[in-house]
Write a protein that binds this ligand. Sequence first.
Ligand code: DON
Length: 361
Amino acid sequence: MQNEIQKSSLIKRGVLTLSIACASFILVNATPAEAKGPLTAEVKTETIKKTTLTEERINAVLKEAYEKFKDNQDGKNADYIKALAIVDSKIFGITLVTPDGKVYEIGDTDAKVSIQSISKVFTAAKVIQEKGEKFLQEKIGVNATGLAFNSIIAIELHGGSASNPFVNAGAIQATSWVEAKDSKERWDKIYGNMDDFAGTKLSFNEEVYDSEVNDNKNNQAISKILDARGRMGSDPLEATTVYTKQCSVNVSAHNLGVMAATFANDGVNPITGKKVLDKEYVPEILAVMATAGLYDNAGDWLYLTGTPAKSGVGGGILAVVPGKLGIGVVSPPLDKFGNSVRGQLAAAYIIDKLGINPFAQ
Ligand code: DON
């Protein structure tokens, strides 16, 4: 009898746990299974040909991409961070930068939006530079979650691990591991590192910071869970605040183009000539961008472009064609995965038309 009761209570507990798991999954992953981003096979307009990247060709394709997508009004600004909802949705700028420092741009390439999740790439780069590839792989992880970028259940589903440095969990963790004696030093290093990638002093968006820092309980909860699992390098709430600051740095398409080109140029900024990341670590950061840069839509992106890329809910997107091109696009309206619609379309078009998909070389 006692056994029966124990069995029945175990079954009830199992059913309850499963129901909670399913409910949480639906909460964090509210995107229906059939929902798609803007990338379909139609972005591939021609059989990939090897073309020479002449200035004329790059300018022509850049203009085509701008004209083709400038009137696209699909998607919607992020609004879960209130200050992002009021950013001008019409902003559309594209910048391409070659490893030898030539800049090609069109549209609103100086218009600034907050960098948001694109900042995660640079903090991960700082961590790999300071602590090495084994640390990044083992302490934070380098696998896709297949779930939304702010998922809490993804942590539990993956053994208490963030999975990778580009979801909020792994990014907050990465922030906490940047070596510093205090929070100010940690923030100064992270900010300075982004400036070095951009080759200029980036401004800070107080309005976005105030809006997010007062409304980031989900991220605070994530940091506490990771702390409970022994994965944080500093106080969890302090790290969440520094993470929120790094997301509030302003960038333009021009800045993102140069930052992308620094990766395309083996970690050396092609405009300033400064080495920002050791060449040996560039492939690892690009691999995580390819795996998880566009979150639960990363597969569709990689399938059609073959390039590492990273998006932010501010509307920026950065794509890297190693040895060939850095691409920065800004356009605030997002798809259901939190990725800029026109950003993805324009970058995918340019990669396709220039015949620079790295898998087709
Ligand atoms: O933590 C957040 O939710 C934001 N500061 C950043 C999220 C983000 O940009 C996701 N990217 N597409």
